[in-house]
Design a protein around this ligand. Structure first.
Ligand SMILES: *[C@@H]1O[C@H](CO)[C@@H](O)[C@H](O)[C@H]1NC(C)=O
Ligand SMILES: *[C@@H]1O[C@H](CO)[C@@H](O)[C@H](O)[C@H]1NC(C)=O
Ligand SMILES: *[C@@H]1O[C@H](CO)[C@@H](O)[C@H](O)[C@H]1NC(C)=O
Ligand SMILES: *[C@@H]1O[C@H](CO)[C@@H](O)[C@H](O)[C@H]1NC(C)=O
Ligand SMILES: *[C@@H]1O[C@H](CO)[C@@H](O)[C@H](O)[C@H]1NC(C)=O
Length: 483
């Protein structure tokens, strides 16, 4: 009697285990190929978390895809556009790659006089042309359709950039990504920060029409430019440069506010069209700014979103990793995603998309460049409403993987802004919620019902010279620098 009860219990237990295993297998294997990236193992599956890593193994002939995937591995059909193997560490520093003028230490002219704008112009052109990638010997680079290229638009805020890079250093699997830093200020301090990056391949690019270089002429401020608040009739009498072209509110351009929109679109064109190693790149690009701070699971989360997009939002054009919500609840929202359409004030942090959206933007060049708003993000919302087919639909993380440090923003310099203190707060919050990071399953938790509208332009972009320069950013390198 006793024996058989024990036996029965054993059978029940065995049955439950079989059901459990079957259910799990079902989850892992029975999804179509395109969906497998939705289910990934947690952080302990070191090499397989990245589909790219797997593709790399396949390329090398160790065909892991032949049998069923091992625990946590992901099969992928990712196409690789570029593979540069790393060099064994013992030959790295003395190799021919780093010899002579190519020496890492001499990459930048440390003795350049930054006040000499002609020299600076040449230096910036040289760097943009040479397209040197730091750390290739160490990490190599393989880029495919599952990769992520991270682009930081950096202004003159070394302290912020340092904090962002520090957060990036802790991001899991960051060494698989290519980091591109796009500067509108050339400074030794900023260059040193980039040279100190030791966690992934990194390239610097420089916005060639910066105010730093064109300090006394357009697109900087020319001495004979009309003051912002002068009346048009007066301006015409004064014959100041842009008298004919105030914005829709009757104000003349302010160079310092126009730079960011120029830089933003120039950078996209440069990344998608001018950087040689990205010529055939089909993967995603993530846009960041220098005053962001990243959660260490941001790349992991991005790959989860990529899988989710294929399954639950094939017409989405973008993934957004950050949001501005005051209260971030990782326990309830850590793995939740909202499906919605692009709104400038909500979805401009950690925008991730591929060449296909860039090509749509390019088709809207005229609209982008003539819309009378100096904010690139309001302009983008206008394009989404009026020019880009189907509008920009997206998936956004409900629990942010990016934090905006700058109350000390581009426009205002507030006194009580201490980025260090803010970092401390964020790190504490993330530490407390560590078990909710690296979600092994992400789900769409709903569609936003916010009413969409074509934004009313803010002005500041009425000058025909801005329109023309902006259009030039969309054109080929050959005629781009002829002004
Ligand atoms: C580099 O290190 C490997 C193993 O540590 C060694 O076999 C190889 O000979 C070294 N190569 C050079 C150029 O020193
Ligand atoms: C660097 O290159 C020069 C010739 O260009 C050569 O003489 C020298 O040995 C090289 N140094 C190293 C460390 O490879
Ligand atoms: C550059 O200009 C700044 C401010 O005008 C000045 O303080 C600095 O000494 C100059 N540097 C050089 C190398 O001339
Ligand atoms: C790029 O994104 C579009 C959607 O915007 C998608 O249809 C396409 O498949 C993506 N390309 C690759 C290579 O993933
Ligand atoms: C860039 O140049 C190529 C060759 O000169 C030309 O075919 C192409 O149309 C140009 N593209 C643009 C956007 O001007």
């Amino acid at each position: 009697m006793r024996m058989s009860l024990r036996k029965a219990l054993r059978w029940v237990l065995a049955f439950i285990m079989v059901v459990f295993v079957t259910l799990n297998l079902h989850l892992l294997y029975n999804t179509p190929e395109s969906e497998t990236t939705v289910v990934l193992n947690k952080r302990d599956s070191s090499e397989a978390v990245f589909p790219l890593a797997q593709a790399w193994v396949d390329m090398n002939g160790q065909d892991a895809a032949a049998g069923p995937p091992h625990d946590g591995q992901v099969r992928t059909t990712a196409k690789l556009s570029l593979v540069i193997p790393s060099k064994p560490s013992n030959i790295s520093s003395s190799s021919a790659l780093n010899n002579g003028t190519m020496s890492k230490k001499q990459r930048y002219n440390k003795y350049i006089n930054i006040n000499d704008t002609e020299t600076l112009k040449m230096e910036v052109l040289r760097i943009n042309t040479e397209q040197y990638v730091h750390n290739l010997d160490r990490f190599g680079l393989s880029l495919g359709s599952d990769s992520l290229v991270i682009v930081i638009q950096a202004h003159d805020r070394p302290e912020h950039l340092r904090l962002l890079l520090n957060s990036m250093r802790k991001v899991k699997d960051i060494s698989h990504s290519l980091l591109i830093v796009s500067h509108d200020v050339y400074s030794h301090q900023l260059n040193d920060l980039i040279e100190a990056v030791d966690f992934c391949p990194v390239m610097q690019i420089f916005f060639p029409f910066s105010q730093q270089i064109y300090s006394k002429e357009f697109p900087g401020e020319h001495p004979n430019d009309c003051p912002r608040n002068v009346k048009k009739s007066e301006a015409l009498k004064k014959k100041c440069n842009n008298a004919e072209f105030p914005d829709r509110y009757g104000h003349y351009r302010e160079a310092k506010y126009c730079q960011a929109k120029h830089h933003w679109i120039w950078k996209l064109q440069h990344v998608f069209e001018e950087i040689h190693i990205l010529n055939n790149y089909e993967g995603n690009v993530m846009l960041l700014e220098d005053d962001y701070f990243l959660s260490e699971d941001i790349l992991f989360s991005t790959h989860m979103l990529m899988g989710l997009k294929e399954r639950d939002c094939p017409d989405c054009r973008m993934l957004v990793l950050g949001n501005y919500d005051k209260n971030q609840n990782y326990a309830t929202n850590g793995a939740k995603v909202e499906r919605t359409y692009w709104i400038s004030s909500k979805h401009n942090m950690g925008m991730t998309f591929n060449r296909s959206l860039w090509l749509d933007l390019k088709n809207c060049a005229k609209e982008f460049c003539s819309f009378d708003d100096y904010n690139w993000d309001w302009t983008l919302q206008h394009l989404s409403m009026k020019c880009i087919p189907g509008r920009i639909r997206l998936l956004v993380m409900k629990a942010s993987r990016i934090f905006h440090l700058g109350e000390c923003g581009m426009h205002k310099k507030s006194k009580n802004c201490d980025p260090q203190a803010k970092v401390q707060q964020i790190e504490t919050k993330l530490m407390q919620n560590y078990k909710h990071l690296y979600p092994n399953m992400v789900t769409v938790a709903g569609d936003s019902r916010i009413k969409l509208r074509d934004p009313k332009p803010n002005g500041g972009w009425g000058d025909i010279r801005d329109h023309n320069l902006c259009l030039k950013h969309f054109s080929n390198a050959t005629d781009k620098y002829i002004r």
